[in-house]
Design a binder for this molecule. Structure first.
Ligand code: ADP
Ligand code: MG
Length: 696
């Protein structure tokens, strides 16, 4: 058996392979591209492409692909062979620098939100040299960004890279102010914890709703749910363990640092957490993880559900985005320091993040908005739709002391002066076990917990990076001109705390009282995707993104269209699936059962006129009542789905789906779920919640 340390990263064209296979000059120029974004000359690109190809071919690769992340939220790839004709009817394997650096997929069928008319259908893909290429399924994968011919972003990676550049620029200004001359660049880092469900594949395929939409649209509650809390961190079943083992191995071969695995709160729910990495790499790795989870599950006759809310009544799945900023010298800027100087710098970054989260609450909410995630946020299992920050008692007390010039710590009456005093050390462990906060400080990083399980982490991090960059820009503008740096710093931090402390909340985020309190504080509470997305194009948000060159206004407007449309399309498919299941399977099955009951009554009465038929008659009566409701609601649902096709304005359309379509879907589900509890399990046309949740 091979040791993990021996095969980790064996399918990755990583630094070690580069060093080994590239000549010194070429290696150095590639490193300059990776670290400082310098462009690569063609001869170096050719040499790299050739080395990559030779390495990939040795690993069995026959094709290469520019791997990208279009607005569908999943990844896209088109395979091209290395094959090229050679003399004598032979073939050789070829791969040029041009093919490595730039691709031109015909991209007419990817969502572009009007950015690209079909007559100029071509987009292009550009190599992201900072994320290693790898071999998977006999194909060399080259991580790329995807743009239109006019250079407009058609994907999730391009804005993320731009936002990393924006935050780098502003953090560097601030670091200069603190005299950090050795630092030449900073990168944001992310560890994305991934939740998922595993269900039996045979059971899965019998459910049209899971097949078409990834979630159950009907389903009565089983006698047992998650109330015993026996699944969380429970013993992992052998079949699941076998899946996890192979998943880890596959991920490790691809250089993904999969680290933690455990059972989650809901039955058949699990989690995988990797060790953090640079944000764009973490985003690529998270996509790979989701992809491999789904493929590998099938091999184990399982299906991996990444939907945010596959089952009503038990927890849905999210993705915790642990985020920090690191210098190229290896310093985590969100690590509280030991000296007054380090503390001052830490507090400045901390207050910048507080202000950024407060100023751009709406954008953070928008960055996690999807039809699926709407079922989770605020449903007492995930953070509410209100964005707030948890800092823990110690840190909150420190900020209060600064704000009010109050004495702090052991030397009671001493006033805490930034840049002069050392902060009292606070133990990391006490920082956060509050799982109800959407945005929690966890000792040396922030954990943003509103992301849905199926989402790309790029959107949330693009917003986070850009919002923090903007605040740091304002801070740097102010501090660069200050005559007394320490005094100006103290004043700035103090003022920022006063202005933005409303966003800090250390209590129970699931409590209704908090929602009322948040309203009093003026925090936004954007409950649904259409309500949230409506603010994407607010003037202040367009100003933010354009100022930092993360999105152009056209890109924002196109993304708004795409996101709204995808919300509508998803709900449309769900609505149609419900109609299909109700009309073709559920109502006919119940009718059949009703007939059995009628026949039984007639037979019983034939034997003896006053034979008791309470069970049959009472059941029949419930069936008739609920069937009528279900049938009428199905017709209403069909009508609203049809009405939707006539609405042109995308915002109005989304509101229609939210109010009219979802409303009827809920009503239909209610009556069908009652019916499910009344009919014989022999007749029910779909596997039950019990079979799905406890079947593995
Ligand atoms: P838990 O949340 O279970 O207590 P940890 O806090 O140790 O676990 O880590 C959770 C995730 O945060 C992991 O993916 C870890 O790699 C990541 N993480 C740790 N440090 C950082 C950092 N500086 N930047 C980004 N992510 C980090
Ligand atoms: Mg965590």
């Amino acid at each position: 058996m091979k040791l993990v340390s021996e095969y980790f990263g064996c399918n990755v064209f990583n630094d070690e392979v580069m060093k080994e296979r590239l000549d010194g000059e070429v290696y150095a120029s590639l490193k300059r591209t990776m670290e400082h974004g310098r462009s690569l000359n063609m001869s170096a690109a050719n040499a790299i492409a050739n080395a990559m190809k030779d390495w990939a071919v040795e690993k069995g690769a026959t094709h290469y692909t520019h791997w990208f992340q279009p607005m569908t939220g999943i990844t896209a790839e088109k395979h091209d062979g290395f094959i090229a004709p050679a003399a004598g009817g032979k073939a050789i394997m070829k791969f040029s620098g041009k093919e490595l650096v730039c691709g031109e997929p015909d991209a007419s069928s990817f969502p572009s939100g009007g950015l690209r008319a079909t007559f100029e259908a071509r987009g292009y893909t550009a190599w992201d040299a900072t994320s290693y290429a790898f071999v998977k399924d006999d194909v060399l994968y080259i991580p790329t960004a995807f743009c239109s011919y006019g250079g407009e972003a058609l994907d999730k990676k391009t804005p993320l890279l731009r936002s990393m550049e924006a935050i780098n620029k502003q953090v560097m200004r601030v670091l200069k102010l603190f005299g950090n001359e050795d630092v030449t660049s900073v990168k944001t880092t992310v560890g994305a914890e991934q939740e998922y469900f595993l269900v039996d594949k045979d059971t899965f395929t019998k459910r049209k709703d899971l097949l078409y939409t990834g979630r159950t649209l009907f389903g009565a509650k089983p006698p047992k749910g998650q109330e015993l809390e026996d699944h969380y961190f429970g013993v992992i079943k052998p079949r699941v363990q076998a899946f996890m083992k192979e998943l880890n191995e596959e991920l490790w071969k691809l250089g993904v640092l999969a680290k933690t695995e455990h059972n989650e709160a809901a039955p058949s729910q699990h989690e995988l957490a990797p060790i953090f990495d640079t944000t764009n790499i973490a985003a690529d790795h998270n996509q790979l993880t989701m992809d491999i989870m789904q493929k590998l599950a099938k091999k184990h006759n399982l299906v991996c559900l990444l939907h945010e809310k596959p089952f009503a009544g038990v927890n849905g799945s999210g993705k915790h985005n642990n985020w920090s900023i690191s210098t190229n010298t290896g310093v985590n800027l969100l690590e509280p320091g030991e000296t007054p100087h380090d503390n001052a710098q830490f507090l400045l970054f901390l207050t910048a993040i507080i202000k950024a989260v407060d100023d751009y609450q709406d954008l953070l909410r928008i960055s996690v908005a999807s039809a699926g995630n709407d079922h989770r946020l605020g449903a007492l299992e995930a953070p509410p739709a209100v964005v707030s920050m948890f800092l823990g008692t110690e840190l909150t007390e420190i900020l209060e002391a600064i704000e009010t010039d109050a004495g702090y710590g052991a030397k009671e009456k001493e006033i805490l002066r930034i840049g002069v005093h050392t902060l009292p050390k606070f133990p990391k462990d006490t920082t956060d076990r509050n799982r109800t906060s959407p945005f929690a400080f966890t000792g040396n990083k922030f954990e943003f917990r509103m992301l849905g399980s199926s989402a790309s982490i790029s959107d949330a991090n693009t917003v986070l990076n850009t919002a923090v960059a903007e605040v740091l820009k304002q801070f740097a503008d102010e501090l660069e001109t200050a005559s007394d740096f320490n005094a100006a710093l103290h004043e700035l931090i103090k003022r920022t705390i006063t202005a933005h402390k409303r966003i800090i909340f250390n209590g129970n985020g699931y409590d209704d009282k908090w929602i009322a309190e948040a309203k009093k504080r003026g925090l936004s509470n954007l409950q649904t995707t259409p309500d949230a997305l409506a603010h994407f194009t607010d003037e202040k948000n367009i100003a933010l993104f354009t100022a930092h060159k993360v999105y152009t206004e056209r890109e924002i407007r196109s993304r708004f269209e795409i996101l709204m449309e995808s919300y509508c399309k998803l709900i449309h498919i769900e609505g149609r699936t419900m109609v299909d299941m109700a009309m073709k399977d559920i109502l006919p099955a119940i009718d059949k059962y009703a007939k059995t009951l009628c026949d039984t009554i007639l037979s019983k009465r034939a034997v003896c006129a006053d034979m008791d038929c309470t069970y049959e008659t009472e059941t029949l009566s419930t069936l008739s009542t609920q069937m009528k409701i279900a049938y009428e609601t199905t017709k209403d649902l069909e009508k609203e789905l049809c009405a939707a096709t006539k609405i042109v304005n995308v915002s109005k359309l989304a509101q229609h789906y939210k109010k009219k379509v979802l409303g009827n879907m809920e009503k239909l589900r209610e009556s069908v779920d009652i019916l499910e509890t009344k009919v014989s399990s022999e007749i029910w046309p779909f596997p039950t919640y019990g079979e799905l949740l406890f079947g593995v």
